[in-house]
Design a protein around this ligand. Structure first.
Ligand SMILES: NC(=[NH2+])NCCC[C@H](N)C(=O)O
Length: 409
């Protein structure tokens, strides 16, 4: 898709629920950045295995095509980034974020900056996403101890394999987009990319910002738009209490929400984000990891009107959510799985579904039992394969950032 074809989205972009019919979504087709993963760096780069890249791309293409077949417009991160880099200010910002002087030393930082400045947009995009090793750096005359001593295969610019999980680095609330603040060192630079897309791609020229320049950690996988005006924010390994609080203050100040539920989740990899244990599958229904059903709690936050914050709870999550949403009950689709199957399917993102409409969700096919229980409860499940995609520990919800959803009645 070219810039000319694209509609000025920001006029109608709006995401105020998890389940309203999905109209437009941001995905990232995994590329060369996955080829950087080795058994020595995969832990640090937050992958649990070494994906077979061609197969991961095929799986991702099938995911994107499934969404297109449901009338969802799919925008791809690399294409948006390439187009955004037509603006020189975007190039400067992207290069500035990628070249870390403390990693490279003065001489190499200078060499790399001028090399990157000379690249055409597509080549620059490749470096920004898949990084560069010391041996790939351009030759130079100047003296550099770093070049002499650093291992040639070390990264001069670190790759960003987790760009695949577009959910985490930005999130739309109503008509505004929030650039999040990522916790893990391996992911921090991702937001420099989403930031420059939303700042410089013509499509988003008039998109308003939420969360501004706050830096307390908040990741999109923790943010659930339960219904218009009601957000749940997981607080655990990624989003901190301070992050949830400042996000809440920001959406209250902008009039984007009246209640934010801060939801404690265990600080461990298996439940790194709220969306790894709970996602919405219908306007009034969630699927949830059985092991936490009885204990998931919430601290309801509300604005005082005078710019202050009221902190309530803790109380049971389902009760707090129903109350804030103004419904009698938030249905929990009980997958009723035995603890071992439940744990296996949770690990494989069985609870990480992406709703394309109320009661219609995309899910990994491998989570056979969770999917069957969803169907038994009247949810339509659109299955995708994710044997390779899943090695990064993320499912359909993590791999998608909705840009536009229809309102729900
Ligand atoms: N919203 C999500 N659950 N995202 C999953 C992100 C997975 C990624 N490998 C990470 O560890 O950060």
């Amino acid at each position: 898709m070219s810039i000319q074809d694209s509609q000025p989205l920001s006029q109608q972009a709006r995401v105020d629920s998890e389940v309203g019919p999905l109209r437009s979504v941001l995905l990232h087709r995994p590329g060369n950045e996955l080829k950087r993963l080795t058994p020595r760096n995969n832990d640090q780069l937050l992958f649990d295995g070494i994906p077979w890249v061609d197969r991961a791309q095929a799986e991702h293409d099938a995911f994107a095509n499934l969404l297109r077949s449901r009338d969802v417009e799919v925008l791809l991160l690399a294409e948006l980034l390439t187009e955004a880099l037509a603006d020189n200010r975007a190039r400067t910002a992207g290069i500035y974020a990628a070249v870390e002087e403390h990693r490279l030393g003065l001489e190499l930082a200078d060499v790399l900056r001028s090399h990157l400045s000379s690249l055409p947009p597509a080549a620059l995009v490749d470096v920004l996403m898949s990084g560069m090793t010391f041996e790939e750096l351009p030759a130079s005359e100047g003296a550099s101890l770093v070049r002499r001593m650093q291992h040639p295969h070390d990264f001069a610019v670190a790759p960003l394999p987790n760009l695949l999980f577009t959910r985490d680095s930005s999130v739309w609330v109503g008509e505004r987009v929030a650039i999040t603040s990522l916790t893990m060192p391996a992911r921090k630079r991702e937001t420099s990319i989403t930031d420059l897309i939303y700042a410089y791609h013509p499509r988003f020229a008039s998109a308003g910002r939420a969360y501004g320049a706050h830096s307390a950690p908040v990741e999109g996988g923790d943010v659930l738009l339960l219904s218009p005006g009601v957000l749940a924010i997981g607080v655990g390994e990624r989003t901190t209490p301070a992050g949830a609080e400042s996000f809440a203050r920001s959406v209250f100040a902008d009039g984007l929400a009246h209640t934010v539920l801060a939801v404690p989740i265990e600080q461990q990899r298996a439940s790194m984000h709220l969306d790894t244990v709970c996602t919405m599958v219908d306007v009034d229904a969630v699927v949830m990891y059985p092991a936490i059903q009885d204990t998931l709690a919430a601290y309801p936050l509300r604005p005082t009107g005078a710019g202050g914050l009221l902190v309530g709870g803790p109380m049971p999550f389902l009760t707090a959510a129903a109350e804030a949403m103004g419904i009698e009950r938030l249905r929990l689709i009980d997958t009723g799985l035995d603890p071992v199957t439940a744990e296996r399917e949770q690990w494989d993102d069985g609870n990480n579904t992406l709703a394309v409409a109320p009661g219609v969700v995309v899910a990994y096919e491998r989570n056979v039992e969770t999917n069957e229980r969803l169907e038994a409860n009247g949810i339509e499940v659109l299955r995708i394969s994710g044997s390779e995609l899943g090695s990064g520990r993320g499912g359909p919800r993590c791999m998608s950032c909705p840009l536009d959803r229809d309102k729900i009645n």
